[in-house]
Design a protein around this ligand. Structure first.
Ligand code: MN
Length: 443
């Protein structure tokens, strides 16, 4: 687990003035990695600071890095972050320390950096963000006990949890090819489902949903090489937001017995900025407090350090922006406020479990937490839960209501780590818009 150092100092400010605003997601204490593209340019790696992106390639060319920081900056400057994910955590940490020194108020390099203008500090407003990594494999977990229990009660009120839930972090293999970066629209899926009257039909999904999740991008491990719990976090490069779009009618018909397939594989949206574990170090907390009579995990999934520090205090929000709100220039309507502390299993436990049978991660692989629902009504983190499985309207601030997503709706996710005595850091928006289903082509 990362220790606190000068990069976390709450009194440190940046000469990039927008990074000092209280509402920025990207103060100098954050420094997340991403891949951006200038108009007409190639994708390249950068680091967010306020409303700017520090161009790592330009920084290397200007001779601003040496040693491990230079190796990491070069590795993170290309069209994907995979090369920097192949390096150990000391490299990313050295780069973070150097960037924090370079960008702080009073840095000797401030004048030459500012002299390079947009060549080295690209305005975010002028670039397009790309997927941060080439992601070969995506695993989606199911680790919120509140999400599991609410859904389970619909199917089996007497025993909402499956017998394995408290013993292993349950997951399924997701679809990596249809991962998309925030802001890319997708089409409502077509599929087969039972309509309200019970008859089978094929057509546009009527119960399109989102799932508010946090993802971890992995460093990689060799096949056949388990990852002990004490080493699990060093295998995580950083974290992002994940929207596991879900077609509930298709999912309900297809899932038993082999798990989700067409209900999930049409699109998954991830946020472009990768917040490192080191940036989140001030916001670590105890793992989920299990009930006294809950079973203890088997020893390979348990440690005192994991119990004491395995959690991340990360506030998570979801909003809907309808076409009517957009037309009226209104703010989106908040529908969810939850926290990553609701997860029954920690990311370290997910990593150790994932690799325990010899399965390997490639650098850039994505594992997602599962829907981050908490115990309260406002912390329900998907529409299925919010609409009591399609039976209740979810009121929006402009008088509209939803049970599921309609064509033209944007679903926006945000995340903030905030704690007294710390500078708040954010993840940036994770947004996706639902476009109408394609008309089925003639046979
Ligand atoms: Mn999910």
């Amino acid at each position: 687990m990362s220790k606190l150092n000068a990069t976390h100092d709450p009194s440190r400010r940046s000469f990039v003035q927008s990074a000092n605003r209280p509402d920025t997601d990207f103060p100098i204490q954050n420094l997340p990695f991403g891949v951006f593209r200038r108009r007409g340019g190639e994708p390249q790696g950068g680091v967010a600071i306020g409303d700017r992106i520090f161009d790592l390639k330009a920084g290397v060319e200007a001779g601003l890095f040496s040693g491990q920081a230079k190796v990491a900056a070069q590795a993170a400057s290309g069209s994907t972050l995979n090369p920097v994910m192949m390096l150990d955590s000391a490299h990313a940490s050295a780069l973070r320390a150097r960037l924090s020194d370079l960008l702080r108020q009073g840095a000797p390099e401030a004048a030459p950096i500012q002299g390079l203008g947009g060549k080295i500090l690209a305005p975010m407003a002028d670039v397009k963000m790309e997927l941060p990594a080439s992601i070969a494999s995506f695993t989606d977990y199911f680790t919120s006990i509140f999400h599991a229990e609410r859904g389970g009660r619909v199917r089996n009120p007497d025993q909402p949890l499956t017998p394995n839930f408290k013993h292993i972090p349950i997951a399924y293999n997701g679809r990596a090819t249809s991962l998309r970066v925030s802001s890319e629209p997708f089409k409502r899926p077509n599929g087969q489902f039972r309509a309200k009257g019970g008859e089978l039909q094929f057509g546009p999904e009527p119960r399109l949903d989102f799932e508010l999740e946090v993802g971890a991008l992995m460093r990689g491990n060799a096949q056949g090489t388990p990852i002990p719990l004490s080493m699990a976090e060093s295998h995580i490069f950083g974290y992002c937001l994940v929207n596991d779009w879900s077609a509930r009618a298709i999912q309900a018909w297809e899932t038993v017995p082999a798990g989700p397939f067409q209900g999930k594989s049409f699109c998954t949206t991830v946020s472009p900025w990768v917040v490192t574990g080191e940036a989140l170090a001030p916001f670590r907390c105890a793992a989920f407090q299990r009930a006294a009579d809950d079973p203890k995990p088997l020893p390979y999934l348990a440690s005192a350090d994991n119990e004491a520090n395995g959690g991340i205090d990360l506030q998570l929000e979801a909003y809907i922006l309808t076409p009517k709100m957009r037309a009226a220039n209104q703010e989106p309507s908040q529908i969810t406020l939850t926290n990553l502390t609701t997860l029954y299993w920690t990311f370290a436990q997910m990593v150790t479990y994932h690799a325990s049978n010899g399965c390997n991660f490639l650098p850039g692989d994505l594992i997602a937490s599962g829907t981050t629902s908490g115990p309260t009504d406002e912390s329900r983190a998907c529409l299925n839960e919010l609409s009591a499985y399609g039976t209740a309207d979810i009121p929006l601030h402009n008088g509209e209501a939803r049970r599921y997503l309609e064509d033209g709706d944007d679903l926006i996710m945000r995340a903030h780590a905030r704690r007294g005595g710390c500078v708040t850091i954010g993840f940036g928006d994770c947004t996706g818009r639902v476009e109408p289903a394609v008309p089925w082509p003639a046979n």
